[in-house]
Design a protein. Structure first.
Length: 255
């Protein structure tokens, strides 16, 4: 049995990566979405939806399974890096793998801002842009924490850790093959174009169950807000920008 947990900020592409992971392992799977606020999962909890995971392979949290997959969204790695979800079944002999997924801040914050404005007043919206005087400071701190862990400057996540550069994962089949071996999965066979129902779909290309029409556009979300004052505040952090350049290379035209 494999237990895989994925750490990522909201709008970082988590559900696309989680969906891909289910294709790497045979057998029964239980996927539990966003458990950061639900750490006491009952054994009867049903598997959450992912487009590449057929109903016949889905199992409940407490049943025997080949893969337990769960994600933590907007986590503080200092608080959650050593925490594992335990649903009981086969947990003692499980192979545990942690994944840290990172997306460049320019497109990440553009996606968060777009979704927040489309869902004004909802809990989902408030979580994307925290309702404080300076939400950008909280988001900068979180992204920088994840980036430093990504670069192995910190060791907040325990055990085996696999890092995923979302920008590269989207387009590089060889990179995905390497990641699959690191995770312990089978050979990868490409990406689905379906937008996962979990996670409120794509900020820019519609909601649940639709087909992603423009994968290249994932790297150009920032253009939509390049003259927006709120967005410019979200990306205005020198340390964050330097780390982004180190990890992803230039994103915007002026970099």
């Amino acid at each position: 049995m494999h237990v895989i947990r994925l750490f990522a900020m909201k709008r970082a592409g988590s559900h696309a990566v989680l969906d891909w992971i289910t294709t790497l392992f045979p057998g029964n799977v239980c996927f539990l979405n966003d458990v950061i606020n639900d750490r006491t999962v009952c054994s009867s909890k049903e598997c959450c939806d992912l487009p590449s995971l057929p109903l016949a392979r889905r199992t409940r949290a407490g049943d025997e399974k080949d893969l337990l997959l769960f994600n933590l969204e907007d986590p503080s790695l200092a608080n959650t890096g050593t925490w594992w979800l335990d649903t009981g079944a086969q947990s003692g002999t499980a192979k545990r793998v942690s994944i840290l997924l990172l997306r460049d801040p320019f497109n990440l914050f553009a996606s968060r801002l777009k979704a927040a404005r489309d869902e004004v007043g909802s809990v989902f919206s408030n979580n994307l842009l925290p309702p404080f005087n300076h939400p950008e400071k909280i988001l900068h701190q979180m992204w920088i924490e994840h980036a430093r862990e990504f670069l192995n400057e910190t060791s907040l996540i325990d055990g085996q850790k696999v890092i995923i550069n979302y920008n590269q994962w989207c387009f590089d089949e060889g990179y995905r093959q390497t990641l699959s071996r690191e995770i312990g999965g089978n050979e990868t066979t490409g990406l689905t174009q379906l937008i996962p129902r979990q996670g409120f779909g794509s900020s820019f290309e519609g909601w649940r169950g639709r087909v992603l029409k423009n994968r290249v556009g994932l790297l150009n979300r920032w253009r939509h807000f390049q003259e927006d004052s709120t967005y410019l505040n979200l990306i205005e952090n020198e340390e964050m920008q330097k780390l982004s350049l180190q990890i992803f290379g230039p994103i915007r035209d002026e970099q």
